[in-house]
Structures are given as structure tokens and as C-alpha cells.
Design a protein around this ligand. Sequence first.
Ligand SMILES: NC(=O)C1=CN([C@@H]2O[C@H](COP(=O)(O)OP(=O)(O)OC[C@H]3O[C@@H](n4cnc5c(N)ncnc54)[C@H](OP(=O)(O)O)[C@@H]3O)[C@@H](O)[C@H]2O)C=CC1
Ligand SMILES: Cc1cn([C@H]2C[C@H](O)[C@@H](COP(=O)(O)OP(=O)(O)O[C@H]3O[C@@H](C)C(=O)[C@@H](O)[C@H]3O)O2)c(=O)[nH]c1=O
Length: 310
Amino acid sequence: MTQDFLTTPAKILITGADGQIGYFLNQATQNDPFFSVVAFTDAKLDISNRQQVQKRLDEHLPDYVINTTGFNAVDQAEAQSERCYALNRDAVENLAMACGELSIPLIHLSSDYVFDGHYESGYKEDDQARPLGLYGDSKWEGEEVLRATLPRHLILRVSWVFSTIGDNFMRRALLQARQEEEIVAADDRRGCPTSASDIARVIVAILKQLHNGAENWGTYHYCCAEITTRYGFTEAVLAAAGQYEKLKVEKLIPISSSELGSDAERPASSVLVCTKLLNHFGIRQLPWRSQLVAMIREQYQNEEINDITA
Ligand SMILES: NC(=O)C1=CN([C@@H]2O[C@H](COP(=O)(O)OP(=O)(O)OC[C@H]3O[C@@H](n4cnc5c(N)ncnc54)[C@H](OP(=O)(O)O)[C@@H]3O)[C@@H](O)[C@H]2O)C=CC1
Ligand SMILES: Cc1cn([C@H]2C[C@H](O)[C@@H](COP(=O)(O)OP(=O)(O)O[C@H]3O[C@@H](C)C(=O)[C@@H](O)[C@H]3O)O2)c(=O)[nH]c1=O
């Protein structure tokens, strides 16, 4: 019997399901008849546990695994390198090996921080990775271990993720704007903020094409359109949030990253060029500004669920 790709749902297994991207991917696929979804939080599937990973895959036999986990605390990574590499590299190897045993492709998320940030015109997929900090290095090593272990993989590098979930720059800026009269934002690091729900849209579009026979494996970039700085993004957060409440903040002050200080070095310009994704999958970039307006609306509409101080 041949498999009918057009009528058989694609069975996907999502790891890290209550993180930013995991949550929105789960939301985007749960009610889509194209997919049959099993979504695991870390309590139900700890990907650093090789036996547990194999057991879950044996139980569910998904068509695709999507790994949205990550040790993402960029500064903390410098002091907690063991934990960082354990999740961003070694656990990726666990997944890749278990997927390999069962011939399951793995979709994996990586970061603009694999680059050193000196290339102002933007990074393409094949540009030399040269991470500045341990977080970026662990993501790069995770990519490399996946490439070496599982031929049918897709690595999607994304940047500056924001959403109504967890700890991210949008929510931190909003919290500060409610509590402080003056806030500072770095105006010397360039990048592209990208909403977690938009990344979910991209992953859904990729999965649909893979499941219909596309064999576009490899490494891809996706970020929302329009380069900005943390200062430019904060300005937009304040404008969008100001539609819903009178914020305490009166002054937004541009500042250099060196004045702010931090444990980890970060790329000065980590813009991702996304034309390969367009050429191979026909997926276009959406502007982060419209994504931000929608995300802020969602934040205010479900203020209790999206408790910013939690
Ligand atoms: N956030 C960003 O700006 C960017 C993120 N990325 C990459 O995208 C991916 C997703 O990021 P994002 O959605 O922000 O991540 P989050 O930090 O929001 O979510 C990560 C999830 O992984 C879970 N997790 C942690 N350890 C384990 C484990 N051992 N087994 C299973 N799950 C675990 C976490 O659970 P718990 O909360 O309980 O610890 C959390 O739910 C990551 O690979 C990240 O490196 C790339 C570029 C930018
Ligand atoms: C404390 C503070 C920092 N900053 C700036 C300095 C620095 O550039 C940045 C730090 O914010 P974040 O912690 O959100 O940034 P960071 O953790 O560097 O964000 C990164 O996370 C990882 C997971 C990725 O993969 C990257 O794509 C990127 O999103 O914000 C301000 O603008 N104002 C402030 O008050």
C-alpha cells in the first residue's frame, strides 16, 4: 500500500512545548488537520535523557521531530557552560541518534549568535560561523553534531525572538516601562526581532512541503523584516503598549552596549539573510512591526495568563 501524503496527517513530535517557539508551534498545528501532534514539555520528555528520548520516539513513531528546547540565557551560559552544552549540543546528539535509528527527520532551531557580528550586510547560511560567547558556541556545536549524525535534518537559525511567553526583550521592556520613569536601550547592536508565532508559521510551511515530498534538507535562516536595534525595538514596544495603558516611562535613553556591560560578548550586527528560504520553500519574511502589534495586543487581551511579572 502506498502512503497518500495528501490525506495522511503528518505526525509531529514537539520538544520544549511550553517555551516560546514550542508553545506557538503547538498552537499553530493542534487544530490543523494536516498535522497529528504530540507535544512534550521538559517534565514529560527531558531530551538530555537518551533512554527517555528513544522510548518516546519508539512509543509515538512521529514522521518529524521538532526540537524547540534550548539553554538560552546568554550571560548565564558563561558561568554554566556544562548545562549549556549539555542541552544545546549533547541533547541534540541524543535526538539525532534516536531519530536516526527510526529514520525520522529532525527540525532544529539555532541562532544568529553563531556569527561574530562583523558582517554588516547580513549573514548567509554558508558564511563562516565564529561565535563570540559560549551560548553561540554551544548552538554551533549542536548544529555540527546534527549535521554529522543525521542527514535528513533541517536547521532553522532565527534571531531576537519575542512573544507573550517567558523571558524575552519585549516583555522585559514592557515591565520596565510600567515600573520606571527612565529606561535605557542599546542602540549599537543591529538585528531583526522575530515573533515566535511567525517562526511557527515558517515551520508549519516547511513541514507541509517536506511532507509533500520536498527534500530540502540543510541549514536555513529566518528572521522578520527590517533591521533595528534594541533601542528601535523598545521604541516600538512603548508605542504599541501605549495604545492600551498609560505607561510610567517618560524617557527612553539610547546607550551603548559597553556602558550596559554584560558577561557575554554579543554580535554587533547579526542580521540573517533569508533568501535561501524564499528560493527553496517560497517563504517570505513578514515585518516584525506588525508581529509586535499583534503580540502586544495578545499580551493585553490575556494579561492574567501572560503575567509579565511571573
Ligand atoms: N529566544 C531567542 O531569542 C532565540 C532562540 N533561539 C533558539 O530557538 C529555540 C527556542 O527558543 P525559545 O522558544 O526562545 O526557548 P525557551 O527558553 O522559551 O524555551 C525552551 C524550552 O526548552 C525546555 N527545556 C529546557 N531543558 C529541557 C530538556 N532537558 N528537555 C526538554 N525540554 C527542555 C524549557 O523548559 P523549562 O522552561 O522548564 O526549562 C523551555 O520550555 C532554542 O533552540 C533557541 O536556542 C534562536 C535564536 C533566538
Ligand atoms: C539590561 C539591558 C540590556 N539591553 C540590551 C543589551 C543587550 O544587547 C540586550 C540583552 O537582551 P536579551 O537578554 O534579550 O538579549 P540576548 O540574550 O542577547 O538575546 C539573544 O538571545 C539568544 C537566545 C539568541 O539566540 C539571540 O538571537 C538573541 O535573541 O539588551 C538594553 O537595551 N537595555 C537594558 O536595560
